[in-house]
Ligand binder design. Structure first.
Ligand SMILES: [Zn+2]
Length: 654
């Protein structure tokens, strides 16, 4: 079997762990656990990216040395991953000494190949992205050049840098993308291939030390530090012993693991991993990784995760702090089962609790509880026979194929087919009826043995997602010695059954509601500030009486923004509603607005409006509306809000 080496992105230390990093890390962990259970040689790497101008500035703002600041963040990540049962083999930091050595070695190799050369850099740089921008990439607003992602002015940089000859590697890269599994999903591969085919430019791979001090020095030229992204990517090689070990691929060391290297990434860092990184490796005489798997973004109730929107700050630590460490596994299960790896997904606490109740409580928990209870009640807990289950093997093979294919959601779905089929089998074979007569005892034992074996298989098959739950099920079955293996043959081997103990205690609806209220603070509803201002979301008439007085603090809860309508269309089966797509400076927003009687869709495109950004999203005629735009009028819309001069979308209105 080839080795399995899985990496997460190394997370930039400008943020603490959140739903997005939790998701990437849990996916990598589950894949690593699956491969270990199959007996594959496995290595799982996660860690932190600590260098760069952004970190230097954050630390300066706090009056800290960058290393001290990074140490504090590193502690938080380590604690979190430990708590979340993340089984990484190493937690790498780009400030680790062996990483410095690996970066220097990679640099020397690329330079020896003739791919690194000094030249004058004269261009634009976004510190938020830690990436240079071309004139085509920036947006110009109010005479300023802004990063299209951060909406902040890019910085002009003019200095002597070292460049990497990326252009030279275009044919190599295009050839590499022909490998079917090199970049997944396929849509991402096509995106990268067309980017490379449209022409590459050489990239700057260093900065002057006097402008960016926080980084790894360029070998033999201490006036320069290595560009933070070049530094960061090399971590994947550092962890296996550095470029030398990987180039040798020696099977007694970790170098051989490189043959099974898979980078799990989010789509915003695809270009670095799929273009720069393989070119750097080829230049340094190292083979490319085996594959790059790109997952989508998670939104929270339809909204992009953002530090400025409190309700989108889903904190796995806060959830577990409230519900206890036994909720770690359910939370892991939820993100693995709910989202198809590769696509985008939406998080809601309601669906988290729903899956907890249905998949875990009703299906798996119930199967465990009733099986062990019946075994004690009817046969004194001694079961030494079993019936075969013709479906178990196909379900297992389905799960294996899915894990091997980076599809945890499908793998768990296949596992649950076994769980649900076994619950149905209990209903059909009615052990309670068989228990009434001694002559049915062999049949009763067969039924119970089949259920116990199904539970044993299920425990082993859920273990990549829920290691603690798996261990607890095995403990109750008296099969602790099976932990860490994958089911092979269908044969209940016997076990000292313990007394049944519920593993998924019910969370009462009232408690669920109060937790959701705590985690998702209700957004302030828009109170019309004058008799003529009308909410246009639903087209509902506004009360005629003037609303109660509010304090300035109440108004401060309202997040009003300048928005530009980029698309408008009628909502099917409604003569009142239009669906608008708004540019508000970040991800586009969708708003359903009750203005169809007053405006034609084509009248709206290109128009600037005032947008209420932090209104709780609502589903209107099947469309999720994220906020609303302001309009004048009572029952009928009379006019839309507007501004008297042009300002960039996303600008605050107050
Ligand atoms: Zn940026």
């Amino acid at each position: 079997m080839p080795p399995f080496y899985i990496t997460t992105p190394i997370y930039y230390v400008n943020a603490l762990p959140h739903l997005g990093t939790f998701y990437s890390t849990v996916v990598a962990d589950a894949l690593a656990r699956y491969h270990r259970a199959r007996g594959d040689r496995t290595f799982f790497l996660t860690g932190l990216d600590e260098h760069g101008l952004k970190i230097q500035r954050i630390a300066e703002e706090r009056g800290l040395k960058p290393q001290v600041y990074a140490d504090g963040i590193a502690d938080k990540f380590r604690e979190t991953w430990q708590r979340m049962e993340i089984s990484n083999d190493r937690f790498i930091r780009t400030t680790d000494p062996d990483h410095h050595a690996a970066v220097a070695e990679m640099w020397r190799r690329m330079r020896a190949k003739g791919d690194i050369y000094p030249a004058e850099y004269d261009g634009l740089y976004c510190v938020g992205c830690e990436e240079s921008k071309t004139e085509d990439e920036v947006v110009i607003e109010g005479g300023e050049k802004l990063c299209p992602i951060h909406r902040k002015p890019v910085e002009k940089v003019k200095e002597k840098n070292y460049f990497f000859n990326l252009k030279k590697y275009a044919p190599y890269l295009l050839d590499l993308y022909k490998r079917p599994d090199f970049i997944r999903p396929e849509s991402r591969r096509n995106e990268v291939a067309s980017f490379v085919a449209s022409g590459l430019r050489d990239i700057s791979v260093s900065r002057l030390k006097k402008s960016v001090g926080w980084g790894i020095p360029v070998p033999d030229d201490p006036d320069h530090v290595v560009y933070v992204w070049v530094d960061a990517l090399i971590n994947y090689v550092t962890a296996l012993g550095g470029p030398e070990a990987v180039a040798r691929g020696d099977s007694d060391g970790d170098g051989a693991l490189w043959a099974g290297a898979h980078h799990l990434i989010a789509k915003d860092i695809l270009r670095f991993h799929a273009v720069y990184w393989p070119a750097m490796l080829e230049s340094a005489g190292l083979p490319p990784p085996k594959g790059i798997f790109c997952h989508g973004y998670l939104t929270v109730k339809g909204q992009k995760i953002s530090k400025s929107i409190p309700a989108t700050r889903v904190d796995p630590n806060a959830i577990v702090a409230e519900l206890g460490d036994t909720f770690v596994d359910p939370l892991r299960y939820f993100v693995l089962r709910e989202y198809t790896l590769g696509g985008d997904g939406d998080f809601t606490y309601e669906s988290l609790f729903q899956r907890y109740e249905s998949d875990l409580g009703n299906d798996l928990g119930n199967l465990l509880n009733r099986t062990i209870s019946m075994a004690h009640r009817y046969v004194e807990g001694k079961v030494d026979r079993f019936a075969p289950d013709p479906n178990a093997l196909p379900f297992k093979l389905e799960a294996e194929a899915a894990w091997a294919d980076f599809a945890p959601s499908r793998a768990l779905e296949a596992t649950w087919k076994l769980v649900r089929a076994t619950n149905q089998y209990i209903e059909k074979s009615a052990p309670w009826a068989l228990a009434k007569s001694p002559e049915y005892r062999p049949g009763l034992l067969d039924v119970l043995g089949r259920c116990l074996e199904a539970l044993r298989w299920s425990a082993l098959m859920i273990a990549p997602a829920m290691p603690n739950v798996a261990n607890e099920i095995l403990r109750q079955l008296g099969r602790e010695e099976d932990a860490g293996t994958w089911p092979e043959t269908w044969a209940w081997p016997g076990g000292n059954l313990t007394q049944p103990k519920p593993i998924f205690p019910r969370i009462e609806p009232e408690r669920q509601a109060s937790l959701i209220a705590k985690w998702m603070p209700a957004e302030a509803p828009l109170s019309p500030t004058s008799a003529s201002a009308s909410a246009s979301t639903s087209g509902a008439p506004v009360a005629a009486s003037p609303p109660a007085e509010i304090a300035i603090d109440d108004f401060a809860k309202i997040d009003l923004r300048v928005a530009k309508v980029v698309a408008a269309e009628r909502v099917a089966k409604s003569d009142k509603l239009l669906k608008l797509t708004l540019d508000v400076g970040g991800e586009p927003r969708t708003v359903v607005s009750g203005i169809a009687a007053a405006y034609q869709p084509e009248q709206l495109v290109g128009r600037t409006v005032i947008y209420l950004a932090n209104l709780k999203p609502a589903k209107i005629c099947g469309v999720v509306s994220q906020g609303m735009i302001l309009a004048a009028g009572d029952a009928d819309v009379l006019a839309l809000s507007a501004l008297d001069r042009e300002v960039p979308p996303g600008t605050r209105v107050r």
